[in-house]
Design a protein around this ligand. Structure first.
Ligand code: ATP
Ligand code: MG
Length: 294
C-alpha cells in the first residue's frame, strides 16, 4: 500500500486524550505497508526534515521539542538516531533523562527539563522527560518519597496535579514559540522479550542489557495503566501525543519522521525575507567582492 506522511501522522496522533484507550493501538500495526517502500519513504522524509530544519534555523523564531517515552527496548535510541540522521548537528540537541541526581531531587520536577529546552531555531529531543514523573515515579512510590515533598504537595491528588501542571507548562511553552510533540513508542510485551533476549544472546548487544529492565517488565500492567492515563490527561491539540506502534522498527521510524515533517511544514516557514536596505547591502558586498583582486 502507498503511504503518505500526512496520513501516517494523522493516524497515530492523539490530540484529545479523554477517550483514548491503549488497547486501540496494536503495537504490531504497520498500516499494511511494504517494508521496502517504507524505507524509501523514510529516506525522503529524512531529507525533507533536513531542508525544513534549515529554514527553522534560518528564521530563528520557533523551537521544536520532541519528547520520547517508552518501555525499555522499544527503540527510542534507534528512532532518534535514524529520524534525525540528516539534520545538521548544530541545529539539534538530544538530552537523556536518567534517575534524578540529589541536586535535581532538591528542585521541582520541571527544573531539569526547563534547562534543557531548545533555543529558537533548534530542535530539542528529550529521550525520556518530565513525563517519567507520571510513569516510573507513579509505579514506584518510594521514588516519590525520595522527593521529600511537603504533605500538601504529595497527597492523593498528586497525579491529577502533575497532569494539570504539565498541561499548563506545555501551554506556556506554546505561548513562547516552543512547539511540543510527544511520542510514546508502544512495544508489546512479547516483542520486548525478544529484544531483551537478543541483548543477552548477541555479544555485540550484551552491553545494552540491564537486569533492572526485567524488574520493570514485571510491572508491565501498572506501567500500561500509567501510560494510558498520562495520554488521556495530557494529549492536547497544541501538544499532541503520537502513539506509535513499535514492534517493527522500520515502521516506528517512518511514523516519527512523518510526524516531524508534518509538524515542521505546519509552521509554514519560508526563507527569511530581506528588507530593501539588506538587499542593497548585499548588492554592495557583491560589487566589492567582484572587484577583489583574488
Ligand atoms: P535504554 O533503552 O538504552 O535502556 P533508557 O532511556 O532506559 O535507555 P537507562 O539509563 O537505562 O536509559 O534508564 C534511565 C532510567 O532513569 C529509566 O529507568 C527511567 O525510568 C529512570 N528515570 C528517568 N527519570 C526519572 C525520574 N524522574 N525518577 C526516577 N527515575 C527516572
Ligand atoms: Mg533502560
Amino acid at each position: 500500500m502507498k503511504l503518505k506522511t500526512s496520513q501516517l501522522a494523522d493516524r497515530y496522533r492523539i490530540a484529545h486524550g479523554k477517550k483514548f484507550h491503549l488497547k486501540d493501538v496494536d503495537p504490531a500495526d504497520t498500516c499494511h505497508a511494504d517494508e521496502d517502500h517504507a524505507k524509501k519513504l523514510l529516506a525522503h522524509a529524512v531529507e525533507d526534515a533536513s531542508d525544513l530544519q534549515e529554514k527553522l534555523y534560518a528564521q530563528g523564531k520557533w523551537a521544536v521539542l520532541l519528547i520520547f517515552q517508552a518501555m525499555d527496548a522499544a527503540g527510542k535510541d534507534g528512532t532518534i538516531k535514524h529520524v534525525l540522521s540528516g539534520i545538521n548537528p548544530q541545529g539539534c540537541h538530544v538530552t537523556s533523562f536518567k534517575a534524578p541526581s540529589t541536586r535535581e531531587l532538591a528542585h521541582d520536577f520541571l527544573w531539569r527539563a526547563n534547562q534543557a529546552l531548545p533555543e529558537r531555531g533548534r530542535i530539542g529531543v528529550f529521550n525520556r522527560s518530565y513525563y517519567e514523573e507520571t510513569l516510573v515515579v507513579r509505579v514506584h512510590p518510594t521514588f516519590l518519597k525520595a522527593q521529600n515533598l511537603p504533605a500538601k504537595a504529595s497527597g492523593k491528588h498528586i497525579w491529577k496535579q502533575r497532569f494539570h501542571d504539565i498541561n499548563a507548562y506545555e501551554e506556556y511553552l506554546e505561548n513562547n514559540g516552543v512547539v511540543v510533540r510527544k511520542f510514546f513508542l508502544h512495544v508489546s510485551l512479547e516483542e520486548q522479550k525478544k529484544r531483551l533476549l537478543a541483548r543477552l544472546d548477541d555479544p555485540k548487544k550484551n552491553w545494552k542489557f540491564e537486569a533492572g529492565d526485567l524488574r520493570e517488565r514485571q510491572l508491565w500492567p501498572a506501567y500500561m495503566k500509567a501510560y494510558e492515563q498520562m495520554i488521556q490527561h495530557t494529549a492536547t491539540k497544541s501538544a499532541p501525543w503520537y502513539v506509535v506502534p513499535a514492534d517493527n522498527k522500520w515502521f516506528t521510524r517512518l511514523v516519527v519522521a512523518s510526524a516531524l515533517i508534518e509538524t515542521l511544514k505546519s509552521l509554514k516557514i519560508g526563507v527569511p525575507k530581506l528588507t530593501a536596505e539588506q538587499c542593497a547591502s548585499l548588492g554592495a558586498s557583491r560589487l566589492a567582492l567582484s572587484g577583489d583582486a583574488a
